[in-house]
Design a protein around this ligand. Structure first.
Ligand code: HEM
Ligand SMILES: [Ca+2]
Ligand SMILES: [Ca+2]
Length: 203
């Protein structure tokens, strides 16, 4: 390719970009993005969108919608928070947040960041991997749209990790949820939090 061709191509690209940017009413990055950080061939529904019939059960804890289903040896969960910051679900705490198996996710610039955490005290949590455990998330995906965050993930019912709490089919599990209205920083204290219960019915 000679220099004139390159120059012409460059000019074309620049004009194209300028037209795109200055076109009145051109939407800039409003398309909701769904990113799967950990895709799992056996868990294709963990894709960041909750479709009708995809989960067996649904409840609302505080103002967070929680859907779940047991699938083989895994628990699939989908949550929707009315915020654009991080959202977390904790299973089986002993008191407040302590010992809960906490899964936290945040959609950051269209990509999902997800972490397998543990309640390290009544008001604190940390990554399992920082506490001698493992990150056992089987799959995670999420998307942010209209000021709400959808976060889907799957965890083993029993990861075998001392940092997690084993779950069994038929169990009624105490669940805590929390989210931040705007911040994706996992260390920032929740805007709102609540607790409830879910029953792990057989698949
Ligand atoms: C570093 C981040 C966090 C900090 C600093 C923090 C701090 C606190 C504090 C100070 C309280 C006492 C009451 C209140 O202010 O609401 C509390 C309660 C609570 N937190 Fe967190 N929290 C954090 C993350 C989380 C996460 C990830 C969850 C998981 C779902 C969670 C769930 C709860 C729940 C359910 C309560 C209420 C406990 C009860 O009243 O029995 N928190 N937290
Ligand atoms: Ca954990
Ligand atoms: Ca773990």
């Amino acid at each position: 390719m000679d220099k004139t061709m390159l120059w012409l191509l460059g000019l074309l690209a620049a004009v194209g970009a300028a037209v795109f940017l200055f076109l009145p009413g051109t939407p800039v990055a409003t398309t909701p993005t769904t990113t799967v950080v950990r895709a799992s061939a056996s868990l294709p529904s963990v894709d960041g969108a909750i479709k009708s019939g995809e989960y067996d059960s649904k409840t609302t804890i505080g103002d967070v919608d929680v859907s779940w289903a047991v699938e083989r040896n895994a628990l699939r969960v989908g949550v929707v928070s009315p915020g654009t910051g991080w959202v977390a679900v904790g299973f089986d705490p002993t008191s407040m947040m302590d010992k809960a198996n906490i899964i936290v996710g945040a959609v950051v610039n269209g990509s999902i960041v997800a972490r397998d955490d543990v309640g390290t005290g009544p008001f604190s949590h940390d990554a399992d991997t920082s506490r001698g455990g493992q990150d056992n998330l089987l799959a995670a995906a999420g998307r942010e749209a209209d000021g709400m965050t959808t976060f889907e993930f799957a965890i083993p019912l029993n990861s075998g990790d001392a940092a997690d709490r084993p779950l069994t089919v038929g169990q009624t599990v105490k669940v805590i949820v929390a989210y931040h209205a705007t911040s994706d920083a996992l260390g920032d204290r929740h805007s709102r939090r609540a607790s409830g219960e879910i029953v792990l019915t057989a698949p």
